[in-house]
Design a protein around this ligand. Structure first.
Ligand code: NAI
Length: 251
């Protein structure tokens, strides 16, 4: 039996990058998917259905509680239960020093990257308690564990995601819910592929690669594989963990 056979799983930020690749990976492992994104782009759900998988698309902004509640309700109504969630939607911040971060920019970043994860967990956990348990995986970042200049809001939010993950892990362990966080290093999403074609960006990208001991960027598939494992019963004794997937960047 495939590792996520029949599991009802939500993926947020599923329209692009890591979320889209996770959707493909979970579908191949037998999951029944609710793919959510703020961008009303259902292409990934259509792709999965066309290749024989089970997926529905829900347009939802993770920073809006009513939309998150509706997203979870739609997963439960389609599949009868919620077994897992990959809370992965996120935005980057404008690269400016902390003393120059507008309050509006702080709020834009933290409302998606931290409050969004809180709202998703709140409603997903309520649904999981109804069926005796489940597994949550949150996308943090290496910047959830270390800091670099000009990313204070993102860094604070991604550190917060690890705190939320740990809080849920200890609070719900005895009720069958596990919660873990993945800390990706630089992942070659389509955004990076575009940058690679730009000679002005190429040198910067080379430096990014060299900062990782493995000397390349990671792939969305490598994050998706770790997420699939953490959502599966194979990770039954792993909870409250914050796991780097970063080519040795934070080692
Ligand atoms: P991406 O930009 O390709 O995909 C993010 C998706 O989230 C987009 O489809 C976007 O529409 C969606 N989204 C943004 N705000 C949303 C909201 N409020 N509600 C619902 N959906 C929303 O980015 P990527 O690279 O796939 O990133 C996914 C996650 O991985 C993010 O949390 C990001 O912070 C994290 N990450 C990415 C790294 C990288 O190098 N790509 C490194 C470390 C962490």
């Amino acid at each position: 039996m495939s590792m996520l056979e029949g599991r009802s799983i939500i993926v947020t930020g599923a329209a692009s990058g890591i979320g889209a690749e996770a959707a493909r990976r979970f579908a191949a492992a037998g999951a029944r998917l609710t793919l959510a994104d703020r961008a009303a782009n259902a292409t990934i759900a259509e792709e999965i259905r066309e290749t024989g998988g089970i997926a529905q698309f829900v347009a939802a902004d993770v920073s809006d509680e009513a939309q998150v509640r509706a997203m979870v309700a739609q997963a439960v109504s389609a599949y009868g239960r919620l077994d897992g969630a990959f809370n992965n939607a996120g935005v980057d911040q404008q690269p400016v020093a902390l003393h120059e971060v507008d309050l509006a920019e702080w709020r834009r970043v933290t409302e998606v990257d931290l409050t969004g994860v809180f709202l998703c967990m709140k409603h997903e956990i309520a649904a999981m308690l109804d069926n005796g348990g489940g597994a949550i995986v949150n996308t943090s970042s290496v910047l959830g564990a270390i800091a670099v200049p000009k990313s204070a809001a993102y860094i604070a939010a991604k550190h917060g995601v690890i705190g939320l993950t740990r809080a849920a892990a200890v609070e719900y362990a005895r009720r069958g819910i596990r919660a873990n966080a993945i800390l990706p290093g630089a992942i070659a999403t389509p955004m990076f592929a575009d940058a690679e074609k730009d000679p002005a960006m190429a040198a910067q990208l080379e430096a990014v690669k060299e900062a990782h001991p493995i000397n390349r960027m990671g792939t969305p598939a490598e994050i998706a594989a770790l997420a699939a494992y953490l959502l599966s019963d194979a990770a039954g004794y792993t909870t409250g963990a914050a796991i780097p997937c970063d080519g040795g960047f934070t080692a």
